[in-house]
Design a protein. Structure first.
Length: 338
């Protein structure tokens, strides 16, 4: 019984010789093979070379670890479409992709629910001091009640820096908990704020000024790099909690550490860091007031299936001659080999 599309270097690759080649930047698993069975050959990275086999790729499905620009595209003369398996596409150089006639896509609806759930989980984890309490219990420190005293969320204020798909989902969930929502998003329409019951802030500083919890949901760009910096942290109330499930580069970690040490920030929950993963011994690791997870917010069974189903749909649309529905550089269409 077939387990999916064959690896292009396997003995059975000749059986699919007439199918297009889709490249993955990591070993393709059962899900990816199931989605591409009978539709494409798979070439994936199995060794130490992160671009192993990309010279054969007509389509590519990639993560966030590698920057895809002309230095990569020059090694992929057959590449027609590249799909980022996720929402963020800061590692795709769209100008270079356009120059090479490569359609660049993302999967904006794939990770939404799982990533939003992770943000909510981190909000609860840090505001309730779950890591701190568990560590104290395991160390048999005692006096748990006297040393606790965290935040009741109902009636508190949540500031969202970004009100897109994930930020909006978090707003709905935390509104149901009873939190007041304030948000900053210069690209969201007024109707978006009204729909979510969120007060619109004109600046990030205005958004965070009265918030008990700040959750970051902005895309990473040159303009938003270190959006949460020393100045923005100073604008927050004392004892604020910070959560980031978007991109590590949005938060100045040195400034965050200083704010944690000073007690300005009571706790932080980070699914994304700069770099990823944080090296052993990094000062953000091992702290009772910081929960760090290794960029796994979308890595649920349902989330992964949704992401890769959408990514395969983007790639196969392009390889079949149709413009991908989530093409980020439409000016490049119909692109290479049209």
């Amino acid at each position: 019984m077939s387990t999916g599309a064959t690896h292009a270097d396997s003995p059975d690759a000749h059986a699919e010789a007439g199918l297009p080649v889709v490249w993955f930047d990591r070993p393709a698993g059962r899900l990816q093979r199931e989605l591409l069975e009978g539709r494409a050959q798979i070439v994936d990275v199995r060794g130490d070379d992160p671009l192993e086999g990309i010279d054969r790729a007509e389509g590519a499905i990639v993560g966030a670890a590698i920057r895809y620009d002309r230095t990569v595209y020059e090694q992929a003369p057959k590449l027609r479409v590249i799909a980022r398996a996720g929402i963020g596409f800061d590692n795709l150089d769209l100008d270079d992709a356009t120059e090479f006639g490569i359609a660049a896509c993302n999967t904006p609806d794939g990770p939404t629910i799982s990533t939003a759930e992770q943000a909510v989980a981190l909000i609860f984890a840090v505001t309730k001091g779950l890591k701190e309490s568990a560590l104290r219990l395991e160390a048999a420190e005692g006096d748990y009640w006297a040393r606790h005293g965290h935040l009741e969320l109902a009636g508190s204020t949540l500031a969202l820096l970004g009100l897109g798909r994930i930020g909006g989902y978090v707003a709905r969930v935390m509104s149901a908990v009873g939190m007041n929502i304030v948000a900053y998003d210069p690209y969201a329409a007024g109707e978006r704020f009204a729909e979510l019951g969120a007060r619109r802030a004109a600046t990030p500083s205005e958004a965070v000024a009265s918030a008990h919890v700040v959750s970051v949901h902005a895309p990473l760009s040159e303009a938003t790099h270190h959006l949460v910096n020393a100045d923005l942290l100073a604008a927050m109330r004392n004892g604020v909690y910070l959560v980031n499930t978007s991109r590590g580069g949005l938060v100045d970690q040195d400034a965050l550490l200083a704010a944690l040490n000073a007690g300005k920030v009571r706790g932080a929950g980070l699914d994304v860091t700069e770099p990823e993963p944080l090296p052993p011994g990094h000062p953000l690791l091992g702290r009772p007031d910081v929960v760090v997870t290794p960029h796994v917010a979308s890595a649920t069974v349902a989330g992964r299936r949704r992401i890769f189903t959408h990514a395969v749909a983007e790639v196969m649309a392009a390889l079949d001659g149709a413009q991908p529905p989530n093409m980020l550089n439409p000016q490049a269409w119909p692109g290479r080999n049209a």
